[in-house]
Design a protein around this ligand. Structure first.
Ligand SMILES: Nc1ncnc2c1ncn2[C@@H]1O[C@H](COP(=O)(O)OP(=O)(O)OP(=O)(O)O)[C@@H](O)[C@H]1O
Length: 440
């Protein structure tokens, strides 16, 4: 029964011949059963199997658990690795969250296509209840997915036992004579979850005998709704211009759709989605500020920027982008965006200037920068140029400047220096700064 359920789940995820699976092995009953089940299924489905254990160094028994996992894998002839992580005891996120973060980081580094985790149906019900009690939105209430596809640089996650009850897993372990370790820290590390598991769910079960299965089913409904919201965000993203969003089109949407789109975009760029309150305040400001005014709203890890009618999200950092040497390419990365270089006739920087011997470097503002935009016009300081072009102070550090042999030839959002400008009919190069974007 367990191998059949797990096999269905793996097949639904597209796991087949050639796939490389790694069982995340804590040594507890769930992942020990998962390891045995995967061991049975590997030759049937044609995937290769390895196992990995994370040693948190938190329990006095941690060495013994790692050894037990190693022994089990040796018996089954499954390649095994153990990772030692350091969990800061005073971590701001709390010990449990810090341990989970370090564990996931270590497991994500395993060279495999899929990590298989031992979560089951009872875990799913507890997760849903726990998240609802913390005020999660639809996405959080979707709880855990049976399959999270691989992302850039990290393996996908599979939960082949997600449809199986805890009691069934324990019964299977006993009937197959398996041994496992008991993690005494479970009770301490995650008190509120254990309270739900040992106190709350049994009481609910007295009146609602199918509560666990029903709650897990509800998580499935939330997952469907959450997927639909993601699809809506994708459509809205395209309709607002993709990449950097057109402010006007975005603001034509109702608040809830904008919030949904910004959360989706934040996640897609690898950030945590901003919370409800911050997002609500950002929306209020977005609507209140006149269209022409540049805006930068800080939303925790990220900032929402508006400039010249376009809106984008970027990392909320104060630094300057890295200098880049231009070697004739069509594009250079610049901060969260890029600078494109387009050949032109009678426009932009004179080709002879960039093709000469002097190095051409894309860098930020350097002190003492002065530039004139027209032959007869005075040289102006960088600050003055920014003021005249309506460039806000928060953007100045990150404004791209093309330096040719130490002279500023072009400033993004401002223009080409008269001394480097292409003559009418001459060969030119037009730099185009795209401040928004998704380079993460
Ligand atoms: N120390 C560990 N080393 C390797 N895998 C682990 C370890 N601890 C947990 N796992 C994997 O994660 C699964 C879930 O474990 P557990 O329920 O303790 O974690 P959780 O904190 O509730 O979940 P999550 O890690 O997904 O947030 C286990 O069945 C196992 O596959």
């Amino acid at each position: 029964m367990l191998p059949e359920a797990a096999s269905r789940s793996l097949k639904a995820a597209g796991v087949g011949p050639g796939a490389r699976l790694c069982c995340a092995l804590s040594g507890g009953v769930d992942s020990v059963v998962l390891l045995h089940v995967l061991h049975v299924l590997a030759p049937r489905l044609g995937f290769s199997l390895q196992a990995a254990h994370v040693h948190h160094g938190l329990s006095p028994n941690a060495d013994a658990w790692a050894e037990a996992c190693g022994r089990l894998c040796a018996q089954l002839q499954i390649p095994f690795s153990s990772f030692r992580v350091t969990v800061p005891r005073d971590d701001a996120a709390g010990l449990e969250a810090a341990a989970r973060r370090e564990r996931h980081a270590a497991l994500d580094g395993v060279d495999c296509d899929w990590l298989a985790l031992g979560h089951h149906l009872d875990d799913q019900a507890e997760t849903l209840l726990f998240r609802l009690l913390r005020g999660s939105g639809v996405r959080g209430a979707a709880a855990m997915a049976a399959c999270e596809p691989p992302q850039a640089g990290r393996p996908g996650r599979l939960r082949p036992l997600l449809d199986c009850r805890r009691a069934g897993i324990e019964a299977w372990a006993r009937s197959h004579g398996l041994s496992w370790v008991e993690d005494e820290s479970n009770a301490v590390l995650d008190y509120r979850r254990n309270h739900l598991r040992h106190r709350v769910l049994p009481v609910i079960g007295e009146r609602f005998p199918a509560a666990t299965a029903t709650l897990a089913r509800a998580a499935g409904h939330f997952r469907e709704a959450s997927d639909l919201l993601d699809q809506l965000a994708e459509l809205d993203h395209a309709a607002c211009g993709g990449r950097a969003l057109k402010r006007e089109r975005l603001l034509a949407l109702p608040d809830a759709r904008i919030a949904n789109l910004l959360r989706w975009l934040a996640r897609r760029q690898g950030f945590r989605a901003p919370g409800q309150v911050r997002l609500g305040e950002a929306l209020r400001q977005l609507r209140a500020v006149p269209a022409s005014r540049p805006l930068r709203l800080e939303l925790g890890d990220l900032a929402c920027c508006i400039y010249r009618g376009e809106l984008w999200l970027e990392e909320n950092f104060a630094g300057r982008p890295q200098p880049q040497l231009w070697q004739g390419g069509a594009r250079l990365p610049w901060g969260t965006g890029s600078v494109d270089f387009r050949p032109a006739v009678g426009a932009g920087i004179a080709r002879a200037a960039v093709d000469g011997l002097a190095p051409v470097v894309l860098d930020a503002y350097r002190s003492g920068l002065r530039m004139r935009l027209g032959m007869g016009r005075p040289r102006r300081s960088f600050r003055k140029l920014c003021q005249e072009a309506g460039i806000p102070a928060w953007m100045r550090e990150r404004l791209p400047v093309l330096w040719i042999g130490g002279e500023a030839a072009w400033i993004g959002g401002i223009g080409v220096a008269a001394d480097f400008a292409c003559e009418a009919g001459g060969a030119g190069l037009v730099p185009e700064w795209r401040p928004g974007g998704e380079s993460r």
